[in-house]
Ligand binder design. Structure first.
Ligand code: KG4
Ligand code: ZN
Length: 362
């Protein structure tokens, strides 16, 4: 039996969780506490890093305590502490990792510094017992990537966004149209009443041999359209949202189907490989239905973990810790680990975006 306490503070969720694995049965999430800061950032139309860091400081000890209480455990029952150490907003990362270091030092437990993206990448093994290899589509407010997951610590990025993340494109579209934050769910709600054929927005990268994503041109097209027909009626907003969402689904389908074909070519012996989605944008019905259709056609299994585990949470961090321990990847230098605002999951592929002292963004 191995039990790990996970801590997640990389963006605007303060989270702690305890996950257990006894070898004989499926892993169990004994507690999963997530405190969202959405209300604190809403007035600013996006996450404000300083507010996020302060909110983590105020909440984290209580959230860790709640995770222990919910699972009926004390620190003595825990085998290791795993904390997100990057990538993300550095203020929040410092709060989470320092807290984890302090708990681990005081309780005399091993510490693991976890890559947040690895948490997303391995979640489907916690929820669905997936075996390697599989394909991951991560679509959140901060990331848009397709990753081939071949083993614990063995990730290859096949595609990334060259500008905005998909969730960011939803949030910025919402802001331009005067819809509240977070934008994604509100764009989806408005789109339900709109005409998806009214505006012919671009499908960025569609047909391009380059595998990556791009959303900033689409965002510009939305802005220009909104400006051209302003003042906007409620119906105009709905029509723009519906047209935007359709363009996104179409562009996504093109990019993902390329990755499915590549996976088929590289792993011809996988009978029914899996495509896993993670990230908040995976909540979008139209996107989900589009991906399901693609998988059906290509003979892939479509795996969408419950939304609670698709969006940011600490169970995925605890689980990544368990996976690392099981794989013999003990983190001997975790107490010296300095949080990394940038930390690509794939350390082999050439960076596409961002360079400099902090390293590649993706
Ligand atoms: O994974 P997540 O909760 O947090 C991180 O970014 O790490 O993802 C949040 C993102 C936001 O950009 C939000 O607008 C988007 O996911 N989102 C959606 C929907 N629900 C959330 N985008 C499109 N449709 C939705 N229904
Ligand atoms: Zn995330």
């Amino acid at each position: 039996m191995i039990r790990v306490l996970g801590i997640e503070t990389s963006c605007d969720e303060t989270a702690a969780s305890i996950v257990a694995l006894d070898g004989a049965s499926a892993p169990k999430i004994l507690s999963n506490v997530v405190l969202s800061q959405i209300a604190e950032h809403a007035a600013f139309g996006g996450v404000v890093p300083e507010i996020a860091a302060r909110a983590h400081v105020e909440a984290l000890d209580g959230i860790v305590e709640a995770a222990l209480t919910d699972s009926d455990m004390s620190l003595d029952d825990i085998d290791a502490i795993a904390a997100t150490a990057g990538p993300g907003l550095v203020g929040g990362l410092i709060v989470g990792l320092m807290t984890a270091k302090a708990i681990a030092a005081a309780a005399g437990k091993p510490l693991l510094a976890i890559n947040h993206l690895e948490g997303h990448a391995l979640t489907a093994r916690l929820t669905d017992g997936l075996t390697f290899p599989y394909l991951l589509l991560l679509v959140s407010g901060g990331h848009t990537q397709i990753v081939r997951v071949a083993g614990v610590g063995d990730y290859q990025r096949w595609a990334t966004t060259i500008d905005d993340a998909l969730g960011e494109a939803f949030d910025k579209t919402a802001k331009m149209l005067g819809l509240p934050y977070p934008g994604g769910p509100n764009v989806e709600k408005a789109a339900a009443k709109g005409d998806p054929a009214r505006f012919a927005f671009p499908r960025p990268m569609k047909g391009s041999p380059q595998p990556d994503f791009s959303f900033s041109g689409l965002k510009t097209a939305v802005r220009q359209t909104a400006q051209a027909i302003a003042p906007l009626t409620e119906q105009d907003v709905a029509d723009i949202c519906a047209s935007f969402q359709t363009a996104v689904a179409d562009a996504l389908a093109d990019r993902v189907s390329r990755a499915l074909s590549r996976f088929r070519a590289e792993f011809p012996h996988e009978e029914r490989p899996a495509l896993v989605v993670a990230g908040g944008v995976a909540a979008n019905r139209m996107i989900k239905t589009t991906l399901e259709g693609l998988c059906d056609k290509a003979g892939f299994r479509f795996v969408a973990p419950p939304l609670k585990l698709c969006t940011d949470n600490a169970a995925m961090i605890a689980w990544a810790g368990i996976e690392r321990l099981q794989a013999g990847l003990k983190d001997e230098n975790a107490f010296d680990f300095v949080p990394r605002s940038r930390w690509p999951l794939d350390i082999v592929s050439t960076p596409v975006v961002g360079a400099g002292r902090r390293g590649a963004k993706a």
